[in-house]
Design a protein around this ligand. Structure first.
Ligand SMILES: [Zn+2]
Length: 368
């Protein structure tokens, strides 16, 4: 529509020669069908994908993007342009249910029930994405990786099955990015991700195979706070390692003493820089002699769920993780500003082509 109604747009797209100012400039614009055929060729031969990598490479080479030491990643979903059905299948003698795309045939036979051609999924790659207990989306899933400080996405990859767990998509995606952008591989020493990748085995895999630290938000394996065998005056330790006292104050985490196997916390100060302990009603049974406020040495045994080599309460951990939400802004740019989260085409290849086209637009605009 834009091509046939907007002369400057058609000219910028390269369809109208410079010297043609006639009212018939429209004749230079290809038909919708030709444009669609072009898009299919670009998709099927992986050409959108190659242009995408070229654009990103060019921006790195020309210094439009600076190489960063960290990558940040997350997944996001797009609503599928298809319906699904629930099928029953057998696994290990048990009946299981799963959602899958409706099926169709690629042939033009009249009698699909009896013709020999195979049934195929109408929208391969689509799956059910669970957002919460009450919200399930039928859609395609993309894994996004980028530079956190600049907020620049460097790749968006279609996940072959929308229902794949995030912990499984990250490693292969990072490998693929290094394969296409080997120039950034020596620089990257850390990847930031949310709690979906808080997994010891995965972190070791990153360290051993790529020599990269995988830093994730904490996925608290335990749901309940620790309330027993705590030092006097202390009420609980949360699943995230926060220590709360009987008066309800959260103690400041100060550090760790590995030889003594203790974590050190201190009572916080109020707005006037005076310890909250001084006027506390629990002072007598908690810290009657302390005049600068309570210090607590908490034994590692009280926090069996916390990785003491990398405690999530530490300032350094928190400082690094403040850069993680940057990926949300990248996703917003791709999905809302330059794209649409409702897809208009079916199939994983079309979805990847859509992501590639959005990335191309992002990087062309970044350069200009
Ligand atoms: Zn057929």
């Amino acid at each position: 529509m834009l091509l046939s109604s907007n002369l400057p747009f058609a000219r910028v797209c390269g369809f109208v020669p410079k010297d043609d100012n006639s009212e018939y400039w429209n004749r230079h614009v290809p038909s919708l069908r030709k444009l669609q055929q072009f898009d299919v060729i670009m998709r099927d031969w992986g050409l959108w994908n190659r242009i995408k990598w070229d654009e990103v490479k060019q921006n790195i080479k020309e210094g439009v993007i600076e190489k960063e030491k960290e990558l940040v990643g997350d997944t996001t979903h797009y609503h599928a342009y298809s319906g699904f059905e629930t099928v029953t299948y057998e696994e290990g003698g048990k009946e299981q249910k799963k959602s899958q795309s409706k099926v169709t045939k690629r042939c033009n036979c009249e009698d699909w029930e009896h013709c020999p051609h195979p049934w195929v999924l109408a929208d391969d790659g689509a799956g059910t994405i669970v957002k919460s207990k009450s919200k399930i989306i039928w859609g395609h899933k993309a894994s996004v990786l980028g530079f956190p400080k600049q907020g620049v996405p460097i790749d968006a990859a279609a996940v072959a099955d929308g229902a794949t767990f995030d912990g499984k998509t990250l490693f292969p995606h990072v490998e693929k990015v290094f394969e296409h952008l080997p120039e950034i591989k020596p620089v990257i020493d850390r990847v930031l991700y949310d709690s979906a990748c808080d997994d010891k085995a995965l972190k070791e895999k990153f360290q051993e195979e790529l020599n990269i630290e995988l830093k994730t938000s904490l996925n608290p394996r335990r749901k309940k706070p620790v309330t027993e065998n705590l030092p006097r005056g202390m009420k609980k330790v949360t699943p995230y390692g926060s220590l709360i006292c009987a008066a309800g104050h959260e103690m400041d985490y100060k550090g760790i003493r590995y030889e003594a196997e203790k974590l050190i916390y201190q009572a916080p100060v109020n707005g006037n820089n005076i310890s909250v302990c001084l006027n506390c009603e629990h002072k007598m049974e908690c810290c009657p002699h302390a005049d600068i406020g309570r210090t607590i040495n908490l034994s590692f045994d009280c926090l069996p769920h916390i990785d003491t080599d990398d405690p999530p309460m530490a300032k350094r951990f928190k400082a690094i993780m403040t850069r993680r939400p940057s990926v949300e802004r990248m996703i917003k740019r791709l999905k809302c500003d330059l794209g649409d989260d409702r897809l208009k085409k079916r199939g994983n290849a079309s979805f990847q082509a859509y992501l590639d086209k959005t990335m191309i637009a992002f990087h062309v605009l970044l350069r200009n």
